[in-house]
Write a protein that binds this ligand. Structure first.
Ligand code: ZN
Length: 566
């Protein structure tokens, strides 16, 4: 894909003249903000690097060298001398779960538990502070790093919590462990039939183990009292602060409903949210139908907030063996995973979305999940020709696109799709993916370079809070494709890693394109919004291991410094 599509319609002569006029008229006024004495990576092919940037009224008015920026500095200009720092276009997390990022800070966080004993100790201390009979909930555990790497059981939890119902979500959100009280309250026994797209794991005696996969989690989840409104607002503000401190300027938030949209609008109106959010509504169902009826929203709150897409979930996840595979799991013969979307309802929704100009973004992890989704997308696009669409090129997205049968890759290009992928998933999953999938299926797994080579836009994300959600970890995973400690193994396919320039584009220009915002975001160019991530290291040249030590110094959105490191 070519950059700067917005300028294609202008003939070069006119464009040059326009640039002169813009430069002259704007140079007459001092800038609000100047960044100088620094290294700017612009993600603009015509001017890849610069030393200085000037900003006026939230937009970039100058990109060039230190001498060139001098005329923009007036008495009221805030000047940041950023020698030793490096300026990038605002980093975008193209796939995250924004409210849950804040909730992670508020509930029992089980990330990083290295053993089952450690996990149980953390749960036990939470149980001790809970009232008798009150729910204890938490999230973030992952058994793949334990030894042995087996799911916890309800008996493990019963031993430490005989009087409190417990529900603890696995890190991927696609499975949870419940104790016996929780199962009893939900009426779950060995003979309970799991809902479509879910599984209730049973032990050798035919009794529930406590593990609930994908849609089966809902049987217990509905019993957990939801956070009250004040807590929900607090979670959003915590997420805002955390994301800004890490250097993200936009989060593309992967699910939600209109209650949440109303809550976000209230907080923006009160000046309590600062990050840019692209919000999706979960479908299918009445909430998604409402978006289709209204059509995609316009930017609100000075381009900070927009509702434009519908999030669907095609299948489960690999870790909990819910990802839908074309052939059985290599470590679970007879299990091919779960399709969690009803195809007829999905196709109907997709056709209506195309007519209404609503973007569809669907989670697909397994090769069967991806193929089923590609078939649905193709059927919808065939049924609604371009002339009948509100947006001819709908830029539909495949979230994760993790394991794809190699024969299916070209369909991403022919259907004009965006692959929305999370580098950190690869460097976490590749420890267990070989046993789940076998070596033969790994060439189509986390195939970033294959998709980029086909010309498919690759929007990079973190899936936080499933992963930590830090720009440096994602950038490192994309370019190194080795674990945080440098480890790798058979089947990791290092040829699928990306270059530094590709990685930078994955977190800047491609997400802007995926959001239909490449005319005003995604690169540092005059006329675009003044969003910058300022890091303390040169991501484009430092040794790979040092990328993980990179820290954010400033987060700047629309010319406002919304975070400054102490
Ligand atoms: Zn997700």
């Amino acid at each position: 894909m070519t950059q700067n599509r917005d300028s294609r319609s202008l003939r070069p002569g006119r464009l040059g003249l326009l640039a002169v006029l813009v430069a002259t008229s704007l140079a007459a006024q001092p800038a609000d903000l100047v960044l100088r004495h620094t290294t700017v990576y612009t993600v603009n092919e015509r001017q890849p690097m610069a030393q200085a940037v000037a900003v006026q009224a939230g937009r970039i008015v100058f990109v060039g060298n230190d001498a060139g920026v001098a005329p923009f500095i007036g008495p009221g200009t805030k000047v940041l001398d950023l020698a030793g720092s490096f300026v990038y276009p605002g980093f975008v997390d193209a796939h995250a779960h924004f409210p849950a990022i804040g909730e992670r800070e508020m509930v029992l966080n089980l990330e990083g538990t290295r053993t089952k004993a450690d996990f149980l100790a953390k749960v036990e201390s939470a149980v001790k502070t809970a009232k008798p009979g009150a729910w204890v909930t938490g999230r973030g555990w992952i058994e793949t790093f334990w030894s042995p790497p087996v799911f916890p059981s309800r008996q493990d939890l019963d031993a430490i919590a005989p009087n409190n119902p417990i529900l603890l979500e696995r890190a991927d959100g696609h499975a949870a462990i419940a104790n016996s009280i929780a199962l009893r309250r939900a009426g779950i026994t060995g003979s309970t039939k799991a809902p479509a797209g879910g599984a209730i794991n049973l032990d050798a005696a035919g009794e529930p183990t406590g593990m609930l996969i994908d849609h089966a989690q809902g049987l217990v989840e509905v019993l957990v009292p939801p956070p009250d409104e004040a807590a929900a607002e607090r979670a959003l503000q915590l997420a805002d602060q955390r994301e800004l401190s890490l250097g993200w300027t936009q989060v593309q938030d992967m699910h939600g409903d209109w209650t949440e949209v109303a809550r976000m609008r209230k907080l923006y109106a009160e000046g309590k949210l600062h990050i840019r959010l692209l919000k999706a509504i979960t479908g299918p169902g009445p909430e998604a139908d409402r978006l289709i009826a209204q059509g995609p929203g316009s930017p609100e709150f000075n381009d900070r907030f927009q509702v434009r897409g519908i999030k669907l979930v095609m299948d489960g996840a690999l870790g909990s063996r819910g990802a839908a595979l074309l052939a059985p799991y290599s470590d679970d013969p007879g299990n091919t995973g779960l399709i969690t979307l009803e195809p007829a309802a999905a196709l109907d929704l997709m056709k209506r979305a195309l007519r209404a100009g609503v973007q569809v973004q669907a989670h697909a992890i397994g090769d069967r999940g991806n193929r089923s989704l590609l078939e649905l997308y193709a059927a919808a696009m065939a049924a609604v020709p371009r002339a009948e669409r509100k947006i001819a090129d709908p830029r539909w997205r495949v979230e994760h696109a993790q394991i794809v049968a190699p024969v299916d890759f070209p369909k991403f290009k022919t259907l004009g799709l965006i692959a929305s992928m999370q580098p950190s998933h690869a460097i976490g999953d590749l420890f267990f993916a070989p046993s789940r999938l076998g070596q033969d299926r790994l060439p189509g797994a986390y195939a970033w370079q294959t998709l980029l080579s086909l010309g498919v836009p690759l929007a990079g994300g973190s899936d936080a809070p499933v992963e930590r959600g830090e720009p440096n970890i994602e950038f490192y995973a994309a370019v190194a494709r080795t674990a945080i400690d440098g480890r790798s193994g058979p089947g990791w396919h290092p040829e699928e890693k990306v270059t530094r320039a590709q990685a930078l584009k994955m977190f800047t220009w491609f997400p802007a394109y995926a959001a239909f915002e490449e005319d005003r975001h995604g690169s540092i160019e005059t006329g675009k919004a003044a969003d910058f991530s300022v890091f303390d290291q040169d991501l484009m040249t430092i040794p790979e291991a040092d990328i993980l030590k990179t820290r954010n110094r400033y987060t700047i959105i629309g010319g406002n410094i919304v975070y400054q490191a102490k």
